[in-house]
Ligand binder design. Structure first.
Ligand code: CA
Length: 220
């Protein structure tokens, strides 16, 4: 899940960015509406966390523009304006959720997960395929009753493959979901993560489709 954080309070943005990463989201940050608009159009993010008081344009006007262009990206508004009228206006203009500042970062993350679940196929935070179960809220992966300790990126690769079970993810797709803009990515990074994951997972759990990508089969 790639989140675009649109926030001109740099200190807040930095803190949020760290928390989002720690929770397994890929987050990119921009601090004005113009950059947000460019990014949304290129389809490089799955969700928007949008501050309303931006330097170049009101966040609500940006939201309106996004919806006028029939871009359906989920939007969570983050703002110091907390009157009921402001909330109604935001939701009416197509926001999916609304959080008033100051807020608890854990609440923000829980709400983002709700949106994430609505988007994806998962109905709860736990996905189970064969004997492997992955909990995206607690970041715990179990094989039968044994807990598997996975580094963050390996966890993310497995999460993407399990969420999209039955579908093939190309190396490029995995890279774009896993790495942030400007982050240095070794050309074999995905192969390395897959290699490590395979050593920890049951045989054949992750399949390679030569020249195309990777997939995890659907199943119970
Ligand atoms: Ca602001």
């Amino acid at each position: 899940m790639r989140i675009l954080l649109v926030e001109d309070d740099l200190q807040l943005a930095r803190g949020l960015h760290q928390s989002l990463r720690a929770e397994g989201f890929t987050a990119n940050h921009v601090n004005d509406a113009k950059s947000a608009w460019l990014t949304v159009q290129t389809n490089e993010c799955d969700m928007l966390v949008l501050d309303l008081g931006l330097p170049d344009m009101d966040g609500l006007s940006l939201l309106k523009k996004i919806r006028q262009h029939h871009i359906r990206i989920p939007v969570l508004i983050l703002t110091a304006r907390d009157s009921i009228e402001d909330k109604i206006k935001g939701l009416d203009q197509g926001a999916d959720d609304y959080l008033s500042k100051p807020f608890d970062v854990h609440e923000l993350i829980a709400r983002l997960r709700v949106i994430e679940r609505r988007l994806g196929t998962a109905v709860s935070s736990v996905i189970k395929i064969k004997e492997v179960s992955l909990d995206s809220a607690s970041h715990v992966v179990n094989i039968a009753d044994t807990i598997l300790d996975l580094p963050r990126k390996e966890f993310m690769v497995l999460k993407i493959l399990m969420e999209q079970a039955g579908r093939i993810q190309s190396r490029e797709q995995l890279e774009s979901k896993l790495y942030e803009w400007g982050e240095e990515v070794a050309s074999n990074a995905i192969e390395v993560h897959i290699h490590h994951l395979r050593k920890k997972l049951p045989d054949g759990f992750i399949k390679t489709i030569r020249g195309v990508g990777y997939s995890v089969a659907k199943g119970n």
